[in-house]
Design a protein around this ligand. Structure first.
Ligand code: PRE
Length: 375
């Protein structure tokens, strides 16, 4: 059967069914039965009552049909947009005021109100409970580290990626006023900041102590008046907590970039008039070459991949390949996270995901959002 892909974009019109996504018609299992046929970009919170008419019992558009009222959709959200009523957009983040994540939020939304949270999960929950409109979280660092926990949270929660921010973190050693660097016995900071400042910290010969976030470390040293402890944090943290900046840019790699994701309750409208990226997560059946086949759906359409990450499926980490469970290996089941350079409004991306949906055992679009090309 020929695969037909239809992009469906819509907006909640009565609160019940949020129809914004990509629907793939005509995908069937090997036994000929229709397979679950939509890939959610938005939240399809109600069942598709009538796939033929595209109307729910309440008369709203439902997944399965192209919405006809595209022209009357509300203005799509874009990065740096403030709410219409003039209030500041509220952005939750994990960390203390003065952290690099807050810097990234201010880069994308200069007039935003930031909401510090103790944990990443709390930042998600702040958006889900309408305390914040958006959340921002680090996802990867150019030094090679991915923040794996945040990949897991993206899947566990139903927020949508609506933007990315690339940010060069400028690491500065800070200390109480009057303290010179020779007096420091230890330096406190986020493990990423300590690892990225290895050369300078080794020269100083100081012990290193991990703290949850760079600005939290600055706050701790300042509020406890620690005279033999320094901090690696931002210049803004120095200002907020009354510390002195002893040096600038001590990171081993001056272009050490952290990539942050901006999340919101609703997706934004995919566009083709500027570079967009799409992030997905999927699972595959076990078998030789299945991942190669999955990646080929993008290569065939000349779609560039910018990131691939795999994470074990936490809920069923071990799969028994032999029902008798005698003498056979057990495999980990993996989730594959991929970012690719194409908008879901681009037929190439729709076709690639339609193709992937033919053999992926699970597929979710985490978001389609403008690429940060500022660096
Ligand atoms: O601790 C901070 O200031 C943060 O914003 C967190 C974080 C991270 O999680 O990687 C962000 C960017 C910097 O590279 C260091 C730490």
């Amino acid at each position: 059967m020929a695969l037909k892909c239809v992009a469906v974009m819509g907006w909640p019109d009565s609160g019940r069914s949020i129809a914004s996504g990509v629907v793939f018609h005509g995908v069937r299992n090997s036994n000929g039965e229709p397979r679950k046929i939509f890939v959610s970009l938005g939240r399809f919170s109600g069942p598709a009552d009538n796939q033929k008419t595209g109307k729910s019992s309440t008369g709203n558009d439902v997944p399965g049909k192209l919405c006809r009222n595209l022209v009357s959709l509300p203005k799509p959200l874009t990065i740096s947009v403030t709410p219409n009523d003039g209030t500041k957009v509220r952005i939750s983040f994990k960390g203390s005021p003065g952290s690099f994540t807050e810097d990234a939020a201010l880069k994308a939304y200069p007039n935003c109100e930031t909401i510090p949270c103790d944990e990443f999960e709390e930042a998600f929950k702040a958006v889900e409970s309408w305390l914040a409109e958006k959340a921002i979280l680090p996802i990867e660092n150019s030094s090679g580290e991915s923040i794996h926990h945040n990949y897991d949270l993206l899947l566990r929660h139903r927020l949508h990626i609506v933007g990315e921010v690339q940010f060069v973190a400028n690491f500065c050693p800070l200390a109480l006023p009057g303290i010179r660097e020779e007096k420091l016995k230890c330096v406190l900071s986020h493990p990423q900041a300590l690892a990225s400042s290895d050369i300078v910290l080794t020269q100083l010969g100081v012990a290193r102590e991990n703290i949850d976030d760079t600005a939290g470390a600055a706050q701790y040293v300042a509020s406890n008046g620690l005279r033999d402890a320094g901090v690696v944090a931002s210049a803004r943290a120095a200002e907020i907590y009354g510390l002195n900046i002893l040096a600038d840019r001590i990171q081993d790699d001056p272009d050490n970039i952290t990539r942050f994701l901006v999340l919101a309750r609703d997706p934004i409208m995919p566009r083709t008039d500027k570079p967009f990226k799409t992030s997905i997560v999927f699972t595959l059946d076990e078998g030789p070459g299945v991942l190669t086949k999955a990646l080929a759906v993008f290569a065939l359409r000349e779609i560039n991949l910018t990131k691939i990450e795999s994470r074990p499926q936490k809920m069923r980490a071990l799969r028994v390949v032999d029902d008798s469970n005698t003498g056979r290996a057990k495999y980990f089941d993996y989730l594959f996270y991929i970012d690719f350079e194409a908008s879901m409004a681009d037929p190439r991306a729709q076709n690639a995901l339609g193709h992937l949906q033919e053999f992926a055992t699970f597929l979710r679009i985490l978001g389609c959002y403008p690429m940060d090309t500022s660096l």
